[in-house]
Design a protein around this ligand. Structure first.
Ligand code: NAD
Ligand code: MG
Ligand code: MG
Ligand code: MG
Ligand code: MG
Length: 347
């Protein structure tokens, strides 16, 4: 355990994990998607007894068996398990919990999540006699798997919501070690902090903020008479090069790598575009995450069959920048290179 880091959160590594807290247990991994396939295979290769839980008509059933794993229905897998790792999509978790997990939870079992939404917003209300934990890799599942195979780690989060047995944290750390996260570092957080920062980040910056910035800048150039191709390159395509630099070495490395003209213009105009008003809007977005407004809206949207989501999804696909981008990517050789998610070469 490293108390001497400059971070406010505790960070744990392999030395902090005692794998005996998981090696004598059976883990049911429900779902075999992005996270599920990685957790199941990594746990299995770390010597943990794993049973994958899938619906009988699931197309993943054969894939999991081909990967050498035992597969059962979600209810059967939950019944056999000491730890139920809930890795089906967040929107179906309450249903799977009610029908397959809850009837099969024994006192002292663990409910394990990779995202806090359903616990934090009370869509799943576990009984008091089980542990409730979160081990959440900070990366898509295919990287969790690939890193493990290459003897590398994937940073992850650990949170304890309920510690009935008194060993929830040790077991969570052992789980994190068994999927490879403790090799890189496991940051301790809470269900509330993980859920609210995750939703805020994806809405304000990663998914929402970035796409709106790109679209509005594209429209500004095209409406002023510039060519859609130039607008696409400047406002969307070059984004990756800039983000790669920030990922590698922070904002400083990015500013050091662009021209002085770009640095001066960026430093003076960035706050003109994303101004005080945008900041106030961000605070409002955060408030609606914190007070549950967003969660209620999204849950109701799902219950209604996703009418707004379907419309927004389609409108986004129909935006002119998408047609221009598809055409341009098909014309240039770099489209093949960008298919590799590992492509982070300096350009
Ligand atoms: P996914 O959509 O990739 O996979 C879901 C799996 O569940 C699929 O195998 C699907 O067939 C199965 N499934 C769907 N409905 C089911 C049902 N009713 N019963 C049984 N199985 C069903 O999901 P994911 O992205 O791996 O997300 C799983 C969890 O991990 C979520 O809580 C998510 O927030 C979290 N998470 C995801 C990522 C990521 O990068 N994908 C990162 C961190 C945490
Ligand atoms: Mg059990
Ligand atoms: Mg996130
Ligand atoms: Mg998210
Ligand atoms: Mg330029």
């Amino acid at each position: 355990m490293s108390n001497d880091t400059p971070f406010e959160s505790e960070i744990y590594y392999e030395d902090d994990a005692d794998t005996s807290h998981i090696l004598n247990k059976t883990v049911a991994v429900l779902g075999y998607g992005s996270q599920g396939h990685a957790h199941a295979q990594n746990l299995n290769e770390s010597g943990v007894d794993v049973v994958v839980g899938l619906r009988e008509d699931s197309s993943s059933w054969g894939a999991a068996e081909d990967d050498g794993l035992e597969v059962a229905t979600p209810a059967e897998a939950s019944a056999r398990a000491d730890i139920v790792s809930v890795l089906v999509p967040d929107t179906v978790q309450p249903d799977v919990y009610e029908n397959a997990i809850e009837p099969n939870l024994d006192p002292g079992d663990t409910l394990q999540f990779a995202h806090g939404f359903n616990i934090h917003y009370n869509q799943i209300r576990p009984p008091e006699d089980v542990d409730v934990t979160m081990v959440a890799p900070k990366s898509p599942g295919h990287l969790v798997r690939r890193n493990y195979e290459n003897d590398e780690g994937t940073p992850g989060l650990l949170a304890i919501y309920q510690d009935e047995t008194g060993t929830a944290k040790q077991e969570g750390l052992a789980y994190a070690a068994a999927i490879g996260c403790a090799r890189a570092g496991v940051v301790e957080t809470t269900f509330r902090e993980e859920t609210e920062t995750d939703l805020f980040g994806e809405q304000a910056v990663l998914c929402g903020g970035v796409t709106s910035l790109v679209k509005q800048a594209y429209e500004t150039l095209v409406e002023a008479g510039y060519s859609p191709e130039m607008a696409y390159f400047e406002c969307l395509n070059e984004m990756k090069l800039i983000v790669d630099l920030m990922y590698e070495g922070g904002l400083g490395e990015m500013w050091d790598s662009v021209s002085d003209t770009a640095e001066y213009g960026g430093l003076t105009q960035g706050d003109v575009v994303v101004d005080e008003h945008a900041r106030e809007n961000m605070e409002q977005v955060l408030e609606q995450v914190q007070d549950g407004t967003f969660a209620r809206e999204w849950i109701a949207e799902n219950q209604a069959g996703r009418p707004s989501f379907t419309q927004l999804h389609q409108a986004e696909r129909n935006h002119e920048i998408e047609q221009v981008g598809a055409e341009l990517r098909s014309l240039f050789a770099w489209s093949e290179e960008t298919e590799d998610e590992d492509e982070t070469e300096r350009v």
